[in-house]
Design a protein around this ligand. Structure first.
Ligand code: B12
Length: 301
């Protein structure tokens, strides 16, 4: 299990982790700044993802991160987002998972939206890895290992954001056949969950028929399609039109994006929105949940 699980911690553990008194912490719980549950014996317990949400909002410094299951040294040095891509790239290429984890967790706790961490840190690191692979400077196993590390980090962020409300709008998505790229669709799931959506990535290389089945059965408000590789443009367009028809029938919006969606291909497609970045996607998702009234509770709400 990833270390930032939704485990429960006591007010005392949180107080020690951020170096405040236990009574301040209990007061914040009573004021509703922190959501606590009670044990059968009446003691307060806090979910780690709720605590992290509070820390991101309040900017409280963490002095003993290990008490919350975070990497030791979390918050020890300020991470500058514009320099983080380079640092993450080094960690990914050398397979230093702990270094990568510390960087990403630090950016998250510093309040950077996950969409920015993906667009401005993870994606550029991968673009560099791709470039270096092309030049023969990075071996294939290093590239694959970097993908594995990133997926683990994204799943950890997924657990670190607040659990979406059962009434929140739903989204499903993934990639079509011949598109094995797992990182972008995993990112989208996490970014939408941070925006309060009940988002589920169906994974990669889905035959259009089963992607359509998922839309039909899950009845999402939003469908995403990430396109990083297209083997045959006519086959892709045919698969896509099937998805689009199902989404339309089910009254779902369809958002497309990804590096392989060249302008001439996009011009042959019908969609609700095309986004270049996950930042665009989260802005779009927020405007939808505002409009439908099926309010997704944004972390900063
Ligand atoms: C990892 C990787 C692979 C892995 C992927 C493993 C996995 N499980 O995911 C595997 C091994 C499959 C692979 C295979 C190949 N790869 Co490759 N791969 C990469 C690499 C290094 C990283 C891809 C990645 O995950 N990037 C991170 C994501 C997050 O970045 P992104 O795609 O730009 O996504 C961002 C936006 O586009 C946007 N976005 C993406 N999707 C969506 C969707 C929506 C709805 C929205 C809103 C936004 C959005 O948000 C993201 C965040 O900002 C890229 C380099 C690169 N430039 O990315 C090469 C790269 C894509 N691969 C390349 C090549 C050549 C190949 C192979 C042909 C190699 C080979 N000879 O076998 C095969 C082809 C496989 C296929 N069927 O197409 C080339 C493609 C060149 C070209 N002209 O198309 C690249 C660019 C490397 C290079 N510089 O040469 N690859």
């Amino acid at each position: 299990l990833p270390r930032i699980v939704k485990t429960l911690v006591s007010p005392k553990q949180v107080a020690q982790a951020i170096n405040v008194s236990e009574s301040s912490l209990k007061r914040w719980c009573d004021q509703g700044m922190l959501t606590a549950t009670r044990t059968a014996g009446g003691h307060r317990r806090l979910a780690v993802n709720e605590v992290l949400h509070f820390l991101r909002q309040s900017g409280q410094k963490i002095v003993r991160p290990e008490l919350l299951g975070l990497p030791s040294n979390t918050g020890a040095t300020a991470v500058v987002i514009d320099r983080a891509a380079e640092q993450l790239h080094a960690g990914l290429v050398s397979g230093d998972e702990e270094r990568c984890r510390r960087l990403v967790v630090d950016l998250f706790l510093a309040g950077h939206p996950i969409s920015d961490i993906c667009d401005r840190v993870l994606a550029p690191a991968f673009h560099d890895i791709g470039h270096q692979w092309e030049q023969g400077e990075v071996t294939i196993y290093r590239e694959r290992r970097a993908c594995e590390i990133s997926i683990k980090l994204l799943l950890e962020l997924r657990l670190a954001v607040r659990t979406p409300d059962a009434a929140a709008p739903r989204a499903v998505g993934g990639t079509l056949e011949h598109d094995p790229y797992r990182v972008p669709t995993t990112m989208i799931e996490v970014v939408l969950r941070e925006s309060g959506w009940q988002a589920t990535s169906l994974g990669t290389q889905l035959p259009a028929s089963t992607f359509a089945e998922a839309i039909d059965e899950c009845r999402p408000e939003l469908v995403w399609l990430s396109v990083s590789a297209i083997e045959s443009v006519p086959d892709f367009l045919q698969d896509y039109s099937r998805l689009h028809a199902t989404a339309k029938k089910c009254n779902a919006m369809i958002v497309v994006g990804g590096r392989a969606l060249a302008t001439d291909i996009r011009q042959q497609m019908a969609y609700t929105a095309y986004c270049d970045t996950l930042h665009h996607l989260s802005t779009f998702a927020d405007s939808i949940s505002d409009r439908t009234g099926r309010r997704a509770t944004r972390p900063d709400a």
